[in-house]
Design a protein around this ligand. Sequence first.
Ligand code: FAD
Ligand code: SF4
Length: 325
Amino acid sequence: MKPFAYARPATVAEASRLLGRGSPAIAGGTDLLGLMKGGIAVPERLVDLSGIEGLRGWSRERGAGLRIGALTPLVDLEEDDRLARSLPIVREALADAATLQLKGMGTIGGNLLQRNRCWYFRDEAFPCWLKGGIRCFAADGESHYHAVVGTDAGCNRVTPSDLAPALVAHDAQVRLASARGTRTVSVADLFTDPALHRREEHTIRPGEILTHVVVPEAGLQRRGTYRKAMDRKAWSFALVSVAAAARVREGRLRDVRIVLGSVAPIPWRALEAEQAVEGTTVDDAQARRASELVLRDAVPLKDNAYKIPLARELVRRALLRLAGA
Ligand SMILES: Cc1cc2nc3c(=O)[nH]c(=O)nc-3n(C[C@H](O)[C@H](O)[C@H](O)COP(=O)(O)OP(=O)(O)OC[C@H]3O[C@@H](n4cnc5c(N)ncnc54)[C@H](O)[C@@H]3O)c2cc1C
Ligand code: SF4
């Protein structure tokens, strides 16, 4: 690992002055340190956010929704019974995400901003498109874990975060702070639209700190559920995941969100399936019909066509669970 400087600012303002292209933020370090050991991230200076007060824990205020500090460890979110009553999908999404030790170090901000898991990306020897090269090695290489949809930028990575689809299903937002001020963007828009052909995974700008995740009151009115398929029984990244959420009254679903993880470079909304179940009571036949609409535009690579039936089955199960059928 190349030597680097280290700073531990005490305030968001101080941190944002220190952050920049060669000076990334570090929270729990569970992703960034691995990238540094692999020679993929070569910072000149690390800006450790752990000394900043006020970015841990969560609160819920009437009318203002739920506010979670970006440095809150994942395990604190998973184990909090009160949070599980306000937003149960967080506990479900984290149940099989990484080991307890990793969840003790990893934070919600870092989880949303973690880099993708493409093995070519994580191997120094492959100068792929996302790292400034001219080709995507997954396009005609090993593509078991890669995207089946939304890949028109030449990169077939997927979003690895379990929290991202769950939070998008509840219309969550993130607060970003920098020396220029603060801004709020939806979690969906935190991920770079592949159609823009930018060699970046997130829309956070150099110098910005993710300070909070906010779930608005309307998002909290939805019931949500998270389904995840993995290679192993637990603690691994999703092959495919599905977050589904809706307001449910007398078995009828309204304001439906169906968001897929690990199928595209961004959390992927299954809009046709959402429309198919909007305002309906969902039984098995209806859930099956809606699930058939999922990923109809998918163009799988050599090894990953299995993701399409897998995603449909997870959507079917998630809808039935939402409807309580
Ligand atoms: C073996 C293993 C298995 C895993 N399995 C899963 C899984 O199943 N599901 C899943 O969702 N995740 C999984 N993860 C990923 C894990 O959840 C993330 O590594 C963790 O959440 C990252 O959080 P962190 O605080 O350690 O981030 P860091 O490593 O500190 O940072 C990650 C990135 O985010 C940036 N960053 C962090 N916080 C901020 C902030 N507040 N503002 C601005 N930039 C910031 C950093 O600059 C860096 O680029 C796994 C990881 C490992 C190593
Ligand atoms: S999928 Fe993206 S990250 Fe992986 S090799 Fe292709 S361009 Fe690189």
